[in-house]
Design a binder for this molecule. Structure first.
Ligand code: SF4
Length: 342
């Protein structure tokens, strides 16, 4: 076995520390950052900026990996069900580990490392779930979980002294005391310690409800990246059974939506008064464009005023089409809102 591993990396503190614990033992680590529109989206958007940040803040060289197709398949049909919201954590972990397992040979690495902590997450970090994940991933005996290794049977890299088990930890539960102390020991600046919230949007109730409605709309097929990405920002409306309108709620969301210059997306905004940028996706009919314009007007500075016009086009820098934007009342707007209550 070579002293080289692949680490599942999320940018969270636990995965950072798992990498540091291996580096401390002179293990060569390839930190694979799994990214989808629901987690790691910024990394996919600007990998170089994030490579530089992780190198500077943590001494970790990340290798971004686009995991979108896997997460769509996992959400579409999770063999092991969902967590509290639309997070198929056990299937997600199994798929990540399988991907890492397939990379082993290509990268000439011998084992896989994760930052899992026994008992930290209710769904995927119970002992039975961790055993199941290890078995189903096909990585039995070559999966090392350095933060809680002492609660688990020694893996092959430990038994063969490639990894010194004595230097691994016995962290368990939801507390972060051990991890914060370790972060200090490794010289991670307090401002660079990631907060514990996680950051997977599939664990967010509101976003999960939007994503669920998108998956239902596409059954028995599956939505694509461009469909699910629209569930991660803005106010969502359905103009008809197949046509989505997303209206931004802030400058940040304006910027985010303007980056989605993808086939099928049509950008629209009110021409002569400040207001939000929006995207229409689906049936780009005159009627849908007029409705989108009315809803955009409702959420901009021109709210309630008559005689407005919206511009639209396939790129926010090239909106050359025009359509009337009728002033619409609350009841009219509400008709197109999607139900996020269940
Ligand atoms: S929280 Fe999200 S990224 Fe993490 S295992 Fe669950 S589904 Fe995957």
């Amino acid at each position: 076995m070579k002293k080289k591993c692949i680490a599942l990396y999320s940018g969270g503190l636990d995965s950072i520390l798992a990498v540091k614990l291996m580096q401390e033992q002179s293990v060569d680590v390839v930190a694979v950052y799994f990214c989808t529109p629901f987690f790691g989206a910024d990394v996919l958007h600007d990998p170089e900026k994030h490579r530089e940040y992780h190198r500077r803040a943590y001494g970790v060289h990340i290798t971004p990996y686009d995991f979108t197709e896997d997460i769509i398949n996992a959400v579409s049909n999770p063999e092991h069900g969902f967590g509290k919201h639309l997070n198929p954590c056990i299937d997600c972990k199994i798929r990540m580990l399988k991907r890492a397992g397939r990379m082993l040979e290509e990268l000439d690495a011998s084992f896989v490392v994760t930052g899992e902590v026994l008992g930290q997450r209710p769904m995927s970090q119970r002992r039975d779930a961790m055993n199941l994940i290890e078995r189903k991933s096909g990585l039995k005996d070559i999966l090392v979980r350095p933060l809680c290794a002492k609660h688990l049977p020694p893996s092959l890299p430990e038994r063969s002294n490639l990894v010194d088990r004595e230097q691994l930890l016995d962290a368990a539960g939801r507390g972060r005391k051990t991890q914060i102390e370790l972060a200090r020991k490794y010289g991670i600046e307090p401002g660079d310690i990631p907060n514990p919230a996680g950051g997977c949007l599939l664990t967010d109730g509101q976003i999960s409800r939007k994503v669920r409605s998108t998956f239902e709309r596409f059954r028995p097929g599956k939505p694509g990246r461009a469909d699910i990405v629209l569930d991660t920002a803005g106010r969502k409306f359905m103009l008809d059974a197949n046509t989505v309108l997303v209206i931004s709620r802030s400058e940040d969301e304006n910027r985010f939506l303007s980056s989605l210059v993808w086939p099928g997306n049509v950008f629209l905004k009110i021409a002569d008064v400040p207001g939000p940028l929006s995207i229409v996706r689906g049936d780009i009919s005159e009627e849908n464009l007029r409705t989108a314009a009315a809803l955009c007007l409702r959420y901009g500075k021109g709210r309630g005023t008559e005689g407005r016009v919206a511009v639209y086009g396939p790129d926010p820098e090239a909106m050359t089409g025009t359509v009337d934007a009728p002033a619409a009342g609350e009841d009219y707007c509400r008709r197109f809102q999607i139900d996020l209550s269940t």
